[in-house]
Design a protein around this ligand. Structure first.
Ligand code: ADP
Length: 179
C-alpha cells in the first residue's frame, strides 16, 4: 500500500514496507543511546548492513535522544544510514519535542550531506512505546514543515511495517492537508 503527497516541490510517500529494503540515498534507524545493535528496526538494519555497521557505530560515542548521526550503509541498498534516538514514551511534556527533534535532526543531517531522498520508520512506536496516533501527527508535521523550507530533499518515504500503522499515518496525513 502506498500514498503520495506533493509538499512544495518534494514528494512525501507513505507506504507499507521494510525499511532495510529501501533504495533511497539514506534510511533512518530508530536506534538507542548507546548505538549498539538492538531489536526492531535497529536489529533488522544491522543484520542487513553487516558487521561493519556496528564497527562504525562504535566510533561515534553514542547518540543523545533527539539527535542524529550518519554512517555508511555497507550491504544495504541505501548508501547511508542516519541513526536517531527517539524518546522512550513517558507521558512527560518533553516527549513530543524529543520526537520532533529526531525527525528534524535526521532531515538536517541528510541535507548537510547532500542527500536527496530519505526513508523513515515509525520512530519510538515499537519498543519505546509511543502511541502511534500521537507519534504520526508529530512525524508528519515535522516532515511536511521541513520540506516546505528545504526543497533540496526531493523524496521522503514514511515506511510502516503494518497495515494498521499505514492506515493511521495515511488518515493523519489527510487531516494535516485539510487543516
Ligand atoms: P523504537 O525503539 O524507536 O520504538 P522499534 O524498532 O522498536 O523502534 O519500532 C519502531 C517501529 O518500526 C514499530 O512500528 C515496528 O513495528 C517497526 N518496524 C520493525 N521492523 C521494521 C522494519 N524492518 N521496517 C520498517 N519498520 C519496522
Amino acid at each position: 500500500m502506498s500514498s503520495k503527497y506533493k509538499i512544495g516541490n518534494s514528494i512525501l510517500e507513505i507506504l507499507t514496507g521494510d525499511i532495510t529494503l529501501q533504495d533511497t540515498d539514506v534510511i533512518v534507524n530508530a536506534a538507542n543511546n548507546a548505538l549498539v545493535p538492538g531489536g526492531g528496526v535497529d536489529g533488522a538494519i544491522h543484520r542487513a548492513a553487516g558487521p561493519e555497521l556496528k564497527d562504525e557505530c562504535e566510533t561515534l560515542g553514542g547518540c543523545e535522544t533527539g539527535e542524529a548521526k550518519i554512517t555508511r550503509g555497507y550491504n544495504l541498498a541505501a548508501p547511508y544510514v542516519i541513526h536517531t534516538v527517539g524518546p522512550v514514551y513517558s507521558g512527560r511534556v518533553s516527549d513530543p519535542g524529543d520526537l520532533e527533534r529526531s525527525y528534524l535532526n535526521s532531515l538536517s543531517v541528510a541535507s548537510s550531506n547532500g542527500l536527496k531522498s530519505i526513508s523513515f520508520p515509525s520512530i519510538s512506536t515499537g519498543a519505546f512505546g509511543y502511541p502511534v496516533k500521537e507519534a504520526a501527527v508529530i512525524a508528519l508535521k515535522s516532515i511536511t514543515g521541513y520540506l516546505k523550507n528545504h526543497p533540496d530533499i526531493e523524496l521522503v518515504r514514511m515506511v510502516l511495517f503494518s497495515d494498521r500503522d499505514y492506515q493511521v499515518y495515511r488518515s493523519t496525513m489527510e487531516r494535516i492537508i485539510i487543516t
